[in-house]
Design a protein around this ligand. Structure first.
Ligand code: B12
Ligand code: SF4
Length: 499
């Protein structure tokens, strides 16, 4: 065994053999030994910005990297497959620095505990019983709002008597009826900030890539729209009152010295009246805050008054959800954004001294190269591109209607499943109407025209960030994340673009 090799104690035998690269799919004999031989460096996410990786792959120059998650997945599959009698992790092809990560994998794989494992979040509604297969350690899963369900679990109530859960009993997974959603969400207490070490959070990057004492605001639950690519896990859409949101802001402002507020609602601007009332309250109380719309606003229902009042109240960060500028795709995904109205209000917002982002996507079922190109061209007609280079390949999450639309359009089911197991900025795999090579070109094209590899866009973005108060360190950290490599200073960032 190689000196770096690590054997999982759960498996009885150890054999190291060199990796065999072959185009055919090998059959697995009984009593097999699985050799996992990662190459390159171990990473949590693949390094290098999407532009660089797309180019490298187009020209066949990809640098070897191995995702920790991929190794863990391999181990998981091996555990379930009775034909595999042993697993060997052969580390001879990775530099020594990866050892600590590998030990983590091994420890995590071997650790068992007697604690009751409770899961929650949208993933429960999305995967249902399948979640218990994917994560066999889970005992109970809450399929709705945790506030009351978790309290009942902690109180020791038997799962069979708790509404809104899946639970494992005598080897099967049972589902109870849904729990009621909380009708008046003003009644939910504010988050317990006294339990949070705000200084520690400040050292980490916020939703908008800066280091601040952060107030995170969720002012509504649910969404009135019905986009087919989205997992809308709330049944009813409910809004907190402007008064209630303002009281939370005021408390965070005076008690915790928080000045930066990040709004993460699905669509904050569904109620214009409520939004304007909140902005008025902030202005009349003289709170000197910075507001970030970290999640997408619906552009065609934003008004000039909304933008003006939001800016007056301290908004410095606007994100607009555009997704596609092609009418056919807009109808398919049921977003039905009025593109002209959206363009007008985005351009209007860009006249203010604020960050303006647009989230766009490609890779929709039936989308052709020309239709995908339309989105890029539409972005090109705006006075400025999106500050954040957020042009992503669509991912297919379980439970979203887009999956059926994709299957109808001839997508390979295995590829669909693959896309939701990788990070949003991992490279795309291609669709029946948009092959992978075209997708890679779209990424390269986007970054050269508007993104990380466009000199004008980068200079303009850095100028805007400085003018809304981002420090040089924050800008360096933000772009280190976007480019997936540690930058020394802003000059290095600006020098990195040749054209
Ligand atoms: C903020 C956010 C993020 C942030 C998260 C930052 C953070 N550290 O929290 C960022 C930008 C990093 C992010 C990333 C991603 N996100 Co996101 N995100 C959201 C968003 C907008 C808000 C989440 C939130 O705080 N909600 C408010 C709280 C109160 O609601 P909640 O989390 O659902 O919790 C309630 C219940 O679910 C339940 N509950 C939750 N946890 C638990 C635990 C227990 C034990 C119990 C009993 C109950 C319980 O009780 C809570 C209170 O009622 C949601 C959309 C939404 N409206 O929720 C999407 C959402 C959760 N994200 C989604 C996705 C797909 C992703 C990504 C996979 C995107 C990608 N392709 O990479 C990644 C995954 C990151 C990861 N590693 O998990 C999807 C999930 C779909 C699904 N089927 O699971 C959502 C629903 C968006 C959507 N509409 O499609 N996300
Ligand atoms: S994508 Fe946005 S607007 Fe569409 S349903 Fe989801 S949260 Fe609502």
């Amino acid at each position: 065994m190689s000196p770096d090799g690590l054997v999982l104690s759960a498996f009885p035998a150890v054999i190291v053999s060199p990796p065999v690269r072959s185009s055919h799919v090998p059959s697995i004999p009984s009593n097999a030994v699985l050799v996992i031989r990662p190459s390159g460096i171990f990473v949590d996410q693949l390094a290098g910005d999407p532009y660089d990786r797309a180019l490298q792959e187009l020209f066949g120059e990809e640098k070897p990297q191995t995702r920790v998650q991929d190794v863990m997945d391999g181990l998981d599959y091996a555990k379930e497959d009775s034909r595999i009698k042993a697993v060997v992790l052969d580390l001879s092809a990775i530099p020594r620095g990866g050892l600590s990560k590998l030990q983590r994998i091994a420890r995590m794989s071997c650790e068992y505990s007697d604690a009751t494992i409770v899961a929650g979040g949208p993933i429960v509604q999305a995967l249902k019983q399948r979640l218990f297969e994917e994560v066999p350690e889970i005992d109970i899963a809450a399929k709705g709002e945790g506030e009351s369900i978790f309290g009942q679990i902690l109180a020791g109530n038997p799962p069979s008597q708790i509404r809104g859960v899946f639970y494992r009993t005598s080897g099967e997974v049972l589902e109870n009826e849904d729990a009621e959603e909380i009708a008046d969400i003003d009644s939910i207490p504010f988050p317990a900030y006294d339990l949070i070490d705000l200084d520690r959070y400040e050292r980490h990057l916020s939703y908008t890539y800066n280091h601040r004492r952060q107030g995170i605001l969720l002012t509504s639950r649910g969404c009135v729209y019905d986009c087919s690519f989205c997992f809308n896990h709330w049944k009813q859409t409910r809004f907190r009152s402007a008064e209630n949101v303002f009281r939370e802001m005021e408390e965070l402002y005076s008690k915790y010295n928080i000045r930066d507020f990040y709004i993460i609602d699905d669509i904050f601007n569904v109620s214009l009246k409520r939004a304007l009332s909140l902005f008025d309250k902030i202005v009349s109380a003289g709170l000197r805050v910075r507001i970030y719309f970290a999640n997408g606003l619906r552009a065609d229902t934003v008004t000039e008054e909304f933008v003006d009042k939001a800016v007056e109240a301290g908004a410095i960060w606007f994100t607009f959800a555009v997704e596609s500028a092609n009418e056919k795709i807009q109808n398919l995904i049921r977003q039905r954004l009025k593109l002209d109205k959206a363009k007008q209000i985005i351009a209007y917002t860009q006249q203010h001294n604020v960050v303006v982002n647009m989230c766009t996507m490609f890779g929709f079922p039936t989308e052709t190269k020309q239709e995908a190109q339309e989105t890029l061209d539409w972005v090109g007609t705006l006075p400025k591109p999106s500050l954040l280079p957020y042009h992503f390949c669509l991912r297919f999450f379980p439970g979203c209607d887009i999956n059926e639309q994709a299957l109808e359009a001839g997508f390979d089911p295995e590829r669909l499943d693959f896309t939701n197991r990788v990070s949003y900025n991992d490279l795309p795999v291609g669709t029946p109407t948009l092959p992978k090579s075209e997708m890679l070109r779209i990424i390269v094209d986007y970054h050269e025209r508007f993104g990380l590899h466009n000199r004008r866009a980068l200079h303009s973005a850095v100028g805007t960030l400085r003018s809304v108060g981002y420090s040089e360190t924050e800008i360096v950290h933000m772009y280190s994340v976007l480019k997936r490599k540690m930058l020394e200073n802003v000059d290095e960032l600006l020098r990195s673009v040749r054209q």
